[in-house]
Design a protein around this ligand. Structure first.
Ligand code: PAF
Length: 280
């Protein structure tokens, strides 16, 4: 497995692969890889001849008040994870390699990005769409893999690929959880021992919402209100949002009468965590 820092090295490698008729999978990440990322690499390795993992903490998707500087980084450990899971190439550019001095072209999206995380992170999805488009142009993969934990991001990327006629299949992979239910996230490393215990309120609240729906409840206001009340039982937790939205448009719905997403963002201390479940 090779680690490269420049776009040209990626292009040269992928060109050789394509000459040989090989298929290419891309796993875009910001590094500090955990089992969730590993499951994306596994899915790519299984379904493509070659797998590229990009590791780039993308400054463009962080607001000035967010955790760009403190975002955890460990490229040595990440390289081991990629190697163990059979990736062929790591693309680990510096911000200057991705964004030149004159950079001023963006990929922006309406509608889907105005809800859920888009409300408290207004520039986030422009940064995500721009960097993912760039990665797609650099790597030219046949398949790309994203986690269902970032369900809105997955819906946004699918929409972007459809809207902009990008010839890439987007594959969503299930949320990977710790044994006690907490969804795996690089940001879990920010939690103190007490916060780590408190963070369980997210998966417990997911279970509550899911069981209400399984018992036949379809009124989203009732479900959301019970979920918010449940989060409030945890003193270290502060709800950013709990919402039930149409799975394709990310717009709120009153009744669950179509494929939907129930998503939440909750602060545990200063750390903002997300979780969700799909209703099919
Ligand atoms: O999900 C992430 O880690 C990032 O948002 C992504 C897709 C790698 C873009 O920077």
């Amino acid at each position: 497995m090779k680690l490269v820092k420049t776009k040209q090295e990626v292009r040269d490698t992928v060109k050789e692969w394509k000459k040989q008729g090989l298929t290419v999978g891309l796993v875009p990440t910001m590094g500090y890889l955990h089992e969730g990322h590993a499951s994306l690499i596994d899915a790519s390795v299984k379904n493509n001849d070659r797998t590229v993992v990009s590791i780039f903490v993308n400054p463009m998707q962080f607001s000035p008040n967010e955790d760009l500087e403190s975002y955890p980084r460990d490229i040595a450990r990440d390289s081991e994870v990629c190697g163990e899971h059979g990736a062929d190439l790591i693309f680990n550019p510096e911000p200057e390699e991705m964004y030149g001095d004159m950079f001023c072209s963006y990929v922006d999206m309406d509608v889907l990005t105005k809800e859920l995380c888009g409300l408290s992170r207004p520039i986030h999805f422009r940064g995500v769409c721009t960097v993912v488009s760039k990665l797609f142009n650099i790597v030219t993969p046949d398949n790309a893999y994203f986690g269902q934990k970032d369900a809105q991001q997955l819906a946004v990327i699918k929409r972007m690929v459809e809207d902009l006629d990008m010839n890439i299949k987007i594959n969503g992979c299930p949320i990977v959880r710790e044994a006690d239910g907490l969804a795996k996230s690089s940001r879990n490393t920010y939690l103190s021992a007490e916060e780590r215990r408190a963070a369980l309120i997210l998966s417990k609240t997911v279970n509550l919402g899911r069981s209400m729906i399984e018992s036949g409840e379809r009124d989203t206001e009732k479900i959301v209100s019970a979920m918010v009340k449940n989060i409030e039982t945890e003193p270290l937790a502060k709800t950013d949002y709990v919402k039930i939205v149409d799975a394709l448009t990310m717009q709120q719905i009153k009744t669950i009468d179509r494929p939907a997403l129930c998503a939440m963002a909750v602060y545990i201390g200063k750390t903002r965590l997300i979780d969700n479940f799909e209703v099919v």
